[in-house]
Design a protein. Structure first.
Length: 560
């Protein structure tokens, strides 16, 4: 093959692979923005038994096109104590099956689907006024582009079928399955998507470019790589969440390595899995994940206990050194640098408040003096940080930062004020409400408890989004945050009406906890508002915010 043809081939393959990776991400982003609330609710409520949890994980992974996304969401619930690690592990195993189902669906398409998906997808995205309609259009466009990228890969690899050099490389991978396994794991990690990696591998074997033995090793390696992604992303999570993720890594990665060893030693034919080699490989991937789940679900408890012997709570090697403040006085002579320092300190304030918000939910379920003291201590730390940030920014303003930097300094000061107000709402109002529940020996009604938990989880998700907006200053995510603020306001009013309905019906639990229920909803709404305010300066600058409402231009002009 001529040098120019080699360069052109790699350019086509790289472009097609990039489109495939981005398309999978596009679908996942659309699902997260349109249906993340429902998905989080399903996951949190699926703690009744392992079978339900496995099914929920499967469905969630199909919708998100990613088992990693499900793993991150589940780890948050485990860290917050909403679900047990055993149940969370069942969800992850179900998500692995869901990821395999996604690959099956994406490889079985008809020619008419691409234009049809693009037609409806672009129409919904450009003309839709509601967020879910627009995001549904994003999902359809992403699916169409996945199919387009796979066609590009097929077209790019067709000339290589008769190339001797390519054939020798692929033949080597077919013989050295360990190397192929490692490459598969590494590629899945690099692209951060086992779905995209497996789609690429199966497409190559369908083209006749890759021997089946190499494809099997690569696909099994991608299972290890997919589990490794979630492990690395949760290294700083709570110990229970890390134990769950580690257990999934051991099961999925170890199971994949063991399966490859057995297939290589026994030379077991895969003809019973389908008529073509590509079909056999893709069905092997699904059978592997289903079999792994069936074998593991009955013994998840002992598995988690065994992993607990090796995954211990994180030890702080810094010991008594503690955390150094990001507010460096030397930076005050350089406004941009000083603002970065202030932003870092404010981000840490937000992270502390997020931890407080996670903890308060458990306090409502069962009063614990240690947890209450921890929240109070965190609040005092936030108040101290807020005071120091305020003095730091005031000193920066006195140095004459200029109009642009002066406006940014004021925005940071306002964010700090709002964060401190949210901390105060948790430490004073919500802790007091939880204490009143305990003192009165009363509990919310079943429906009331579910409503509070769901509302709390949605506010927590918005707090996380707000912190991300502070870091990225992304206008699209800022729009989403302000839209969520409006949704939260409407949802709070709807939940208040439902509570009043239960009062009219004379439900004893609702009567006993009426004031606490209503005040908790208002407190959570106020916390959400405090964090949502971080988006306003961004949208005012882009012209998307007018009198605290998103303009139609901002909603219709966001990038896909």
């Amino acid at each position: 093959m001529a040098d120019s043809n080699i360069i052109l081939f790699f350019l086509h393959i790289a472009g097609a692979s990039a489109l495939l990776i981005w398309s999978v991400r596009l679908v996942r982003t659309g699902v997260e923005r349109a249906f993340s609330v429902q998905l989080r609710k399903w996951l949190r409520r699926s703690s009744d038994n392992r079978i339900v949890a496995t099914a929920t994980g499967l469905i969630s992974a199909v919708l998100l096109q990613s088992s990693t996304a499900v793993a991150i969401m589940t780890s948050n619930f485990v860290a917050a104590g909403s679900i047990a690690a055993v149940v969370g592990l069942a969800m992850l195993l179900g998500a692995d099956i869901g990821s395999a189902v996604v690959v099956q669906v994406l490889l079985a398409r008809q020619d008419f689907l691409v234009p049809l998906l693009l037609l409806f997808g672009v129409g919904l995205f450009l003309k839709g006024e509601q967020r879910k309609v627009r995001q549904s259009g994003r999902i359809l466009i992403g699916l169409a582009l996945i199919f387009v990228s796979l066609d590009m890969i097929r077209a790019a690899t067709t000339p290589l079928m008769d190339d001797a050099g390519t054939a020798s490389v692929m033949a080597y991978l077919g013989q050295d399955v360990i190397t192929a396994f490692v490459i598969g794991a590494g590629f899945a990690w690099i692209v951060h998507s086992s779905v995209a990696a497996i789609l690429l591998f199966v497409t190559l074997v369908a083209q006749g470019l890759m021997p089946q033995s190499a494809a099997v090793a690569l696909v099994l390696g991608a299972n290890l790589g997919g589990a490794l992604i979630a492990y690395v992303l949760t290294l700083s999570a709570a110990v229970d969440a890390r134990r769950m993720i580690m257990a999934n890594l051991v099961l999925r990665g170890g199971g994949a390595a063991l399966t490859l060893f057995v297939l290589d030693v026994t030379q077991t034919p895969l003809t019973w899995l389908g008529g073509s080699e590509a079909t056999q490989v893709i069905n092997m991937h699904l059978v592997f994940n289903v079999a792994l789940t069936l074998l593991a679900v009955p013994v998840l408890g002992p598995i988690v206990r065994l992993i607990s012997l090796f995954v211990k709570p994180a030890h702080d090697p810094g010991g008594s050194l503690g955390r150094a403040s990001a507010l460096d006085p030397a930076s005050l002579q350089t406004p941009e640098r000083a603002q970065i320092c202030a932003t870092r300190e404010i981000m840490h304030m937000g992270e502390i408040i997020e931890a407080m918000l996670r903890a308060i939910n458990a306090l409502y379920l069962k009063w614990d003096d240690a947890t209450a003291r921890g929240i109070a201590d965190n609040h005092q730390q936030v108040r101290k940080m807020h005071f120091e940030v305020k003095l730091f920014l005031a000193e920066l303003a006195r140095n004459g930062a200029g109009e642009v930097n002066g406006r940014k300094t004021m925005e940071l000061s306002n964010i700090s004020v709002n964060f401190e107000a949210a901390s105060d709402m948790i430490a004073r109002s919500m802790v007091d409400l939880a204490k009143r529940l305990d003192r009165g020996s009363v509990r919310f009604s079943s429906d009331g408890q579910k409503e509070i938990a769901d509302f709390h989880d949605r506010v927590l998700a918005n707090v996380q989004l707000a912190l991300h907006v502070v870091m990225t200053q992304n206008p699209d995510e800022a729009r989403e945050l302000v839209a969520e603020k409006e949704d939260i306001r409407g949802l709070e009013q709807d939940l208040q009406r439902k509570h009043l309905t239960r009062l009219r019906d004379g439900l004893a639990e609702s009567i006993a906890t009426s004031n606490i229920h209503q005040e908790t909803l208002r407190a959570l709404k106020q916390i959400n508002t405090s964090f949502s305010m971080v988006a306003h300066p961004i949208l005012e600058e882009t012209g998307d915010l007018l009198e605290s409402r998103l303009t139609n231009a901002g909603e219709n002009g966001s990038a896909p």
